[in-house]
Design a protein around this ligand. Structure first.
Ligand code: GDD
Length: 336
């Protein structure tokens, strides 16, 4: 029988990659999106899945909409990717961040408990929960949480609620503690895409300079397309669990910049990058390096795309976007 899945956050970065994976596995995919007068399907279009997803309207802050959704679809799997996911904005939007990222998860878990208790649940947890904590320079599933942003705090609540529904009600719920994962459809507010977009424009003479915050922070960056496979693998296990998904390879923002500029033939980028304190965080996480050992041993998951390939893929995609834009007339008159 065909499996049914609900993906929340379907129009973000991970939603389209996961939808593509599930559609290839012959799932029926429902994508939850907020009501919007002009929804942006750019990311699902990019992956060629817009027409294959069944879009449904709902909101993580509206429990009734989630109860209705789960009761009418009765999904085999629910992937909760919806979030206010930009750490930098979470200080100014602490309440919205909490309502969506914390209470929204409680609403969704309740909807499953009441209407589809056998449905399996995936929660998009995050390395932001660790803050600057580590064990000998590495984060693992047993490293203690010490979040440093309203975003990180909101995700810790959701993590424990997901564990609690497993322990209290025997539900198949899992947390994927995903480290930073990027792709050509990453939002431009995140540092990697901000850089790839700017590097493409600078190369083509469309932008003079890029303004950034802290260049010394280190992140463990992987490719979103690889990470959604781990999400699916977690829900195929006999029981729910908590898994860390990372490459184990930290790189600084400076290294990302260096590779991105070198990819377009610019070796000395010192005059092309400026520092703007507005892009610095009130509390920074200095370095993240995750061990994916449990995911590798239990799920058989491994990252496939290297850091160098990821940077090249993102810069190439932004160069291509600019090329297409330049070739598209500002407006065209359709023959009728
Ligand atoms: N966004 C941004 N913009 N970040 C900058 C900038 C800038 O101009 N300059 C330096 N940075 C630094 C940030 O201070 C941070 O240390 C690092 O670049 C990465 O920032 P983001 O790309 O915004 O990602 P993030 O690490 O804060 O959060 C992402 O990864 C988490 C997993 O660890 C998001 O995807 C979260 O939703 C996710 O949970």
């Amino acid at each position: 029988m065909q499996k049914t899945a609900i993906i929340t956050g379907i129009l973000g970065q991970d939603g389209p990659y996961l939808a593509k994976l599930l559609l290839e596995k012959d799932y029926r995919v429902f994508g939850l999106m907020q009501r919007h007068s002009a929804p942006n399907f750019e990311n699902t279009d990019w992956l060629g899945v817009t027409d294959k997803i069944e879009f449904v309207t709902g909101d993580m802050t509206d429990e009734g909409s989630l109860l209705h959704l789960v009761r009418s679809i009765r999904p085999a799997e629910v992937y909760n990717l919806a979030a206010q996911s930009f750490v930098g904005a979470s200080w100014d939007l602490a309440r919205v961040t909490t309502e969506v990222n914390s209470l929204g998860v409680l609403h969704l878990l309740n909807a499953l408990k009441y209407h589809q208790p056998t449905g399996k649940f995936y929660q998009a947890a995050t390395s932001e929960m660790f803050g600057n904590n580590h064990d000998n320079g590495v984060q693992t599933e047993t490293t203690s949480f010490r979040p440093r942003s309203p975003y990180g705090i909101s995700k810790v609540y959701a993590y424990w609620m997901t564990v609690n529904f497993r322990e209290s009600f025997g539900m198949h719920t899992s947390n994927g503690i995903l480290f930073n994962h990027e792709s050509p459809i990453r939002g431009k507010e995140f540092v990697t895409r901000k850089i790839s977009d700017a590097v493409a424009k600078i190369k083509l003479g469309l932008q003079d300079k890029i303004m950034l915050g802290n260049l010394d922070a280190k992140r463990d960056w992987g490719f979103a397309g690889d990470y959604v496979e781990a999400m699916w693998m977690m829900l195929q296990q006999p029981e729910g669990g908590d898994y860390l998904v990372a490459t184990g390879e930290p790189h600084s923002i400076r290294e990302f910049l260096d590779l991105a500029f070198k990819h377009v033939g610019i070796d000395d980028w010192s005059d092309l990058v400026g520092i703007d304190p507005r892009f610095k965080r009130p509390a920074e996480i200095h370095a993240l390096k995750g061990s994916p050992q449990k995911a590798t041993e239990t799920l058989g998951w491994k990252p496939k795309v290297s850091f160098e390939e990821l940077v090249a893929m993102m810069v190439d995609a932004d160069l291509e976007r600019q090329r297409v834009k330049a070739e598209t007339p500002a407006f065209s008159v359709k023959a009728v």
